[in-house]
Ligand binder design. Structure first.
Ligand code: FAD
Ligand code: NAP
Ligand code: SF4
Length: 675
């Protein structure tokens, strides 16, 4: 049995003890602003406390109106607002946990007209110009932090986290990029760091000695005009002296154009930077970003790189991450794959946060897998994400499930997705579901393309069709020639592809295929040093904000790739809100060209013939890869219905438009909970 002695060791803070080294990092869920959301949040956090998270940090709460993320976003500057949190703190304490409230002042990142900043410098990711805080405003803001902390204490929290990284207000004071003041709050570094130091001092004074103060310090700003290493070290010491209990470490401002938490980022890459910082202070130090399994957490703590590991999204994916690690059930942890599709993409799209691999996240009060009193004999056809999800939920609830797949392994299209460089994390989803099938005794029949007659003969109470999709074909003269392939031919069948390629389709799969064909086997997602060279930063932080030149060598493509789409407008509109930019920059660096507003005419020995603005053109190319979307596959439905079988259809088989693994898994979970 795998053990995690360092990761699971308690941490004594003097006045209180954390039961292990897992800090659940701050995440805004949007329940904070939803009617009835505090009750749902209480259940959400209670499950994580029961799952043995060592110390939970809430989503950011503003200390005053101007610090809010948007108009109407959560703040705490009245006793009434603090009282609303009592259900959360009680629920966590009743389940043996500790919880700190994050105090977040957005500064120039506030999406509202009251937006303020250290200076009148607009953020490149905001449409509002901030108002510069006056000396009096600054003193008032410091007092607001202190009052907010006192109210958090009143609400029953065990501590607060002061958000000093990611480019929010505190960071905006410390960096010359955003602070051009010439009074006692700007100019020299000593003056720029005065604001955070005064905030920590005021908070400590307000809450007394026996209250946790976590300070989140930006180690690597990754923006021009960000802090140098010397400045970071000086600030760390000053924060320690001002009365913090724990220093959490942040990486990258939101406006940085270097990915820090996406799937392309190697696991645990920034622990090395935390290790460097840990030498500067005596306080317990937390590391974060892309730590998603207990083996890595154990390695980081055991090697002394950090005292605690912050995991935010992994606690969305699995509330029982720590409990499973302790009970020798790490193989059953539902791993966060860093896709951002249901968490950050939802947050930035104004939707409720959830999780692609765990649709129960933030739905704990309305999606539950209750044991059945009337077990049914169910067939599930298709072991893609939809079929895996429904099978495991039904079996967990006590139904008798048989799962068929025509292919020799489970996972469906996830086996294709995992071929894309940087998407190897999908292996974890396949691993999790595989182990859950065994745990809940699902009868799995692989290499079995099941027919309607066979399903009818076995007299199942229900048949669930999770048969997925078929790729759409190109319907033009020459489309049947051997140099025209589907993305499955390329990614799954590994057919040889020429040096010059046309990709038909600019959706997610078109982008993924372009990334695959231009990658050249570098696999930087698994190599921290190489990834840093590719994106232009330095893990030893020898330059200001850690920025260096991007390595051109790391962007050389083995092929010339051209992408096409029929619709007008820019490419990439359907990509993830928080990750699409990473793919766009990558393809640009690799010299991929893109044409929209085209019609396809024919394929012949010369290449692809297409028309744009009424003019026929030819792209000479050796291979044409069709990524033109998909159609549902449900050839079994008619015969089953005719025989009076109870049929349910989920995932791609139900609707192929705008299908992704998030919807497939959620479809399966919802049907599994209902049947
Ligand atoms: P599928 O995954 O297609 O599974 C259907 C299964 O049914 C197959 O295994 C098939 O063998 C089986 N089957 C069909 N007929 C029968 C039969 N008669 N008998 C037995 N078995 C049968 N989604 C995301 O959310 N994020 C991503 O980053 C992402 N990247 C992707 C990258 C690529 C390259 C591809 C191809 C897809 C990607 N997707 C991504 C999409 C995602 O994989 C699909 O949306 C998802 O797999 C659909 O799930 P499904 O269960 O409905 O169908
Ligand atoms: P998609 O996003 O719907 O894109 C299909 C592309 O094909 C579009 O560019 C469309 O553009 C084109 N097209 C549609 N019909 C066509 C036709 N008859 N002839 C020629 N071109 C046609 O679908 P996808 O790329 O296949 O992806 C499938 C699903 O997987 C998506 O819904 C996506 O969410 C998911 N996925 C997600 C990710 C991710 O990172 N989140 C990655 C990969 C896949 P025009 O109409 O403009 O030509
Ligand atoms: Fe992780 Fe994706 Fe779930 Fe977000 S949606 S928590 S990134 S698996």
């Amino acid at each position: 049995m795998q053990q995690y002695p360092h990761f699971l060791a308690p941490l004594d803070l003097g006045f209180t003890k954390l039961r292990n080294r897992a800090l659940m990092g701050s995440m805004h869920t949007a329940l904070e602003e939803t009617e009835g959301g505090f009750n749902r949040l209480a259940t959400f956090y209670a499950e994580r406390a029961r799952g043995e998270a060592g110390l939970i940090v809430t989503g950011g709460i503003a200390p005053n109106p101007s610090g809010r993320v948007f108009t109407g976003a959560a703040k705490m500057d009245t006793e009434h607002e603090a009282d609303e949190h009592r259900g959360i703190t009680k629920a966590v304490h009743d389940n043996g946990g500790l919880i700190a409230m994050q105090i977040l002042h957005t500064g120039r990142y506030g999406y509202h007209r009251d937006c303020v900043g250290a200076s009148e410098l607009q953020a490149p990711i905001n449409f509002v110009k901030p108002k510069k805080l006056s000396h009096e405003d600054i003193l008032k803001t410091i007092a607001d932090y202190a009052q907010c902390a006192r109210l958090a204490q009143h609400a029953g929290y065990d501590g607060v986290e002061i958000m000093g990284s990611e480019g929010y207000l505190i960071n905006q004071f410390t960096a010359s990029r955003t602070n051009n003041r010439d009074d006692e709050w700007g100019g020299s570094y000593e003056k720029r760091m005065r604001f955070p130091v005064e905030v920590v001092k005021a908070v400590r004074k307000a809450v007394g000695e026996k209250f946790i103060i976590i300070y989140r310090l930006s180690l690597l700003d990754l923006v021009d005009g960000g802090s140098t290493w010397e400045e970071v070290a000086v600030l760390g010491k000053a924060i320690e002296a001002a009365g913090a209990t724990i220093i959490n470490t942040g990486i990258g401002w939101h406006e940085a154009r270097i990915p820090t938490i996406a799937m392309v980022v190697p696991r645990g890459i920034f622990a090395a930077v935390t290790a460097k910082f840990k030498k500067e202070v005596k306080l317990p130090v937390v590391t974060s970003n892309r730590i998603n399994n207990p083996d890595l957490a154990e390695q980081i703590i055991a090697s002394g790189q950090a005292d605690l590991v912050s995991m935010a999204r992994p606690f969305l994916a699995d509330a029982d991450f720590v409990a499973k690690s302790r009970a020798g059930k790490a193989h059953l942890i539902n791993t966060c794959i860093a896709c951002n599709q249901a968490c950050l993409d939802h947050t930035f799209g104004g939707k409720l946060t959830s999780c692609l691999v765990n649709p129960r996240a933030c739905n704990e009060t309305n999606l539950n897998y209750v044991p059945t009193t009337t077990p049914r004999k169910v067939a599930v056809v298709g072991a893609g994400p939809a079929g895996l999800s429904v099978s495991t939920v039904l079996a967990e609830r006590g139904h008798q499930v048989t799962l068929f797949d025509a292919y020799d392994k489970i996972g469906g299209q996830l086996n294709v997705a995992r071929e894309i460089p940087s998407k190897r994390e999908f292996d974890e989803t396949i691993r999790y579901f595989g182990n859950m099938l065994t745990e809940h005794k699902v009868a799995v029949k692989l290499n079995k393309k099941v027919s309607a007659a066979e399903l009818i003969a076995e007299k199942f109470d229900d048949v669930i069709l999770a048969t997925g999709i078929v790729p759409r074909k190109l319907n033009i003269p020459g489309a049947e020639s051997s140099n025209v392939m589907s993305y499955l031919d390329v990614l799954r069948e590994k057919k040889p592809v020429g040096k010059s390629v046309a990709i038909i389709g600019g959706g997610g799969i078109g982008y993924d295929t372009a990334l695959y064909l231009t990658d050249g086997g570098r696999e930087t997602w698994a190599k921290p040093e190489e990834f840093a060279k590719e994106w232009g930063f330095d893990l030893t932080v020898s330059t200001p904000a850690g920025l260096t030149q991007k390595s051109a060598e790391h962007h050389k493509s083995p092929r010339q790739v051209t992408m096409f789409k029929r619709s007008k407008g820019k490419f990439g509109g359907t990509l993830g809100k928080t990750t699409g930019w990473v793919h766009k920059i990558t393809l640009e660096e690799r010299g991929v060209t893109q044409f929209s507003n085209v019609t396809y005419e024919k394929v012949d020995a010369q290449g692809l013939h297409y028309a744009q603005k009424g003019e026929t053109k030819i792209l000479p190319c050796e291979t044409i890869v069709v990524c033109a979307g998909q159609e549902p596959l449900r050839e079994l439905e008619g015969d089953l219905l005719a025989a009076g079988v109870s049929v349910h259809i989920i995932g791609g088989a139900k609707e192929a438009g705008e299908l992704d693994a998030k919807r497939a898994i959620a479809d399966g979970a919802e049907l599994g909970a209902r049947l």
